[in-house]
Ligand binder design. Structure first.
Ligand SMILES: C[S@@+](CC[C@H](N)C(=O)[O-])C[C@H]1O[C@@H](n2cnc3c(N)ncnc32)[C@H](O)[C@@H]1O
Length: 619
């Protein structure tokens, strides 16, 4: 709201009274669907010496809109993801995915294909600073309306609204937005998966409570404090906030984070006996409550103790010259911990992240790729890479559904380049329009997805060049093949490929049904249909898709023999016999694709007989 505008209205007495009470009893003012409201039970209690009967007390996070958020998470949608070849890089071979669209709907569509498959999620949602745009979900949206929606990009931007801290639903709106997304995201995590969420003081308290509810308090790992600015900035009236947080929750399990290379003081490591395994420190072999047995020192002294190793392990350490007996062979044995061993063990990470790159560094990273600042709130590669080192292995799938400028994809490519990993990513980003006055707009970018995709292209080129340069320096001239996956497959959220009659045949009479004999929308391609079938059947969107000709018909073979799709007309017994030789696990035809009704029945029977493991479906 523009502050210069006249109100053109008399004063709101109720609002003034609420403000007056808030001045005396701030905790008695709460948020309701209509805005700020007095919690009369609490106020009553403040004004009474006895316990006042009221609503049952419960320990939980409540806000107006919570039920709506639960329904929002559970409501199915009739939408799909359409491949966008022209924006993709190495579409046919890459395993990385970039999805344009609202993350709530995208997360819904990914539920079957990625259920329990994502090892790590990193998100950096709007912090609710009072100036952020928060996306208003279409609560209880009927599918008819949904199908009638057109021009999605405008629709997206109409729904992105500023959430000012003066709003009576300031926290509630943010919570209502985040709750269903986190619920859906949790389903995608592997059992040992971890979610990392960047956040600051505006909502960290609510986010923690909400995540306790969604992930379970027992699955809280940590709230790391990160230094976000290199230097002081007087951004607040009382103190200069230069930190923010990364909160971490696991899906289940116990030890889910990897150790990290530690800061080892190498000067502690010595090699007095010139051990060929290098310098070491010595550690005590005794351990309260350990195995009890006698050992003999080199001077013949017998020591009975509680030891940290079983007897046979002790004997092996002795045989391997890994024990040291102090005081000229008289003292209790100590074992050698070699510097190399210590390095490979790594150390537990801690929660004080003051030496990971700052947001100013992130800005420099963007400028190094684009010359100007095309994105205002990037996160640094160093931060995201560190999270990836903590929670991913070399083959993990990593998801970021508030992708922004694609720092997460950049960090994954960088880490893969450094440790030879093959981590794969899924980026999800709303095609949020770019302000026409911004540098990004002047540089030709119309929405944030365009920046995100271009960043991946540019970062890939840079990493590839740096790798080649390093190989050259290391003396590996010529043909060292770089097998890293620098590509990405783009999908765009859109309405279903199917006509509405497909979902609600009861709404159409027989005559209209004929009109829709072809139940697929006219503007949809075969590749669109393949993508929707993959999602429907729970197949990963990164699977290779090959076009084949079988008995004169075009077949899309997804993931080798995981899924065959044939949309051609005239499917008959001859085709069934031929395709059965490949024994695909699943096969899909169009309902009106068979030569006639008899052919449809015969194809079904033939497949049952010749390829008993093939599951057939039609649409
Ligand atoms: C703080 S930025 C993330 C920045 C990112 N970490 C980076 O380093 O570039 C949050 C992003 O989430 C996007 N966003 C907000 N609501 C969204 C939604 N409902 N679906 C998808 N993206 C959304 C915004 O457009 C914005 O680009």
């Amino acid at each position: 709201m523009n502050n210069d505008r006249l109100k053109m209205q008399s004063v709101n007495g109720t609002a003034i009274n609420i403000e007056n009470i808030a001045a005396l009893f701030p905790h008695c003012v709460t948020e309701s669907a209509e805005g700020k409201k007095i919690d009369f039970d609490l106020l009553n209690q403040e004004l009474s010496a006895d316990i006042v009967e009221g609503n049952k007390e419960r320990y939980r996070l409540e806000w107006p809109g919570k039920r709506e958020a639960i329904v929002t998470a559970n409501t199915p949608i009739n939408k799909t993801l359409r491949p966008v070849r022209e924006d993709s890089v190495d579409f046919d071979t890459t395993e990385n995915i970039y999805i344009e669209g609202d993350n709530l709907e995208v997360l819904k569509l990914l539920q079957e294909s990625y259920l329990g498959k994502i090892k790590m999620i990193y998100i950096d949602p709007p912090y609710n600073t009072g100036k952020d745009f928060v996306y208003k979900d279409n609560f209880a949206h009927s599918s008819q309306e949904e199908l009638e929606e057109s021009g999605q990009k405008d629709e997206y931007n109409q729904r992105l609204v500023v959430n000012p801290d003066t709003s009576g639903r300031y926290h509630s709106d943010w919570l209502t937005n985040m709750y269903p997304r986190l619920k859906l995201a949790r389903n995608l995590l592997t059992e040992d998966g971890v979610i990392f969420i960047s956040i600051d003081d505006n909502e960290v308290h609510n986010l923690r409570k909400m995540c306790d509810e969604i992930f379970g308090e027992i699955n809280f790992i940590a709230q790391a404090v990160r230094k976000r600015r290199d230097s002081q900035a007087n951004l607040s009236k009382n103190i200069s906030p230069i930190h923010e947080y990364v909160i971490m929750y696991k899906k289940s399990g116990d030890e889910v984070l990897n150790k990290v290379p530690g800061n080892i003081d190498e000067s502690d490591y010595k090699n007095p006996d010139n051990d060929p395994r290098g310098p070491y420190v010595t550690m005590p072999c005794t351990n309260k409550g350990g195995a009890i047995y006698e050992v003999t020192t080199p001077t013949g002294k017998i020591i009975k103790e509680e030891w940290r190793f079983k007897k046979d392990t002790y004997d092996k350490l002795f045989a391997d010259n890994k024990l040291v007996f102090p005081r000229g062979g008289e003292g209790k044995p100590r074992y050698k911990l070699f510097l190399e061993e210590k390095k490979s063990q790594g150390v537990l990470a801690n929660t004080w992240w003051d030496n990971l790159a700052s947001n100013q560094e992130a800005t420099r990273e963007i400028k190094a790729l684009f010359e100007n600042l095309v994105f205002d709130t990037p996160k640094p590669i160093g931060l995201i890479k560190f999270c990836q080192q903590l929670a991913s292995d070399k083959h993990s799938i990593i998801l970021d559904f508030f992708a922004g400028s694609s720092s997460t994809a950049h960090a994954i490519m960088q880490l893969n380049a450094e440790d030879g990993g093959n981590r794969k990513y899924i980026m999800v980003q709303l095609p949020e329009k770019i302000d026409e006055k911004s540098e990004a707009f002047k540089a030709g970018y119309k929405n944030i997805c365009e920046i995100g995709k271009e960043r991946i292209r540019r970062a890939a080129k840079k990493i590839k060049e740096e790798k080649a340069e390093k190989a050259k320096k290391d003396g590996m001239f010529g043909d060292v093949k770089d097998n890293q996956d620098y590509g990405f497959r783009v999908y765009r959220l859109d309405s279903s490929n199917m006509q509405d009659v497909y979902y609600k045949p009861q709404d159409y009479n027989q005559n209209t049904l004929d009109l829709f004999a072809d139940n697929v929308k006219e503007d949809r391609s075969a590749e669109d249909l393949v993508a929707q079938i993959m999602l429907d059947w729970g197949l990963e969107l990164s699977l290779p898709i090959e076009r084949k000709t079988i008995a004169g018909k075009e077949v899309f073979a997804v993931g080798g023999d995981s899924l065959y799709c044939c949309f051609d007309k005239g499917i008959d017994e001859a085709f069934a016999k031929e395709v059965a030789k490949d024994q695909p696990l699943r096969i899909v035809f169009r309902d009106n694709g068979f030569k006639d009704d008899t052919a449809k029945e015969n194809v079904k029977q033939l497949l049952k007989q010749l390829a008993p493991n093939t599951e057939m479906k039609v649409f």
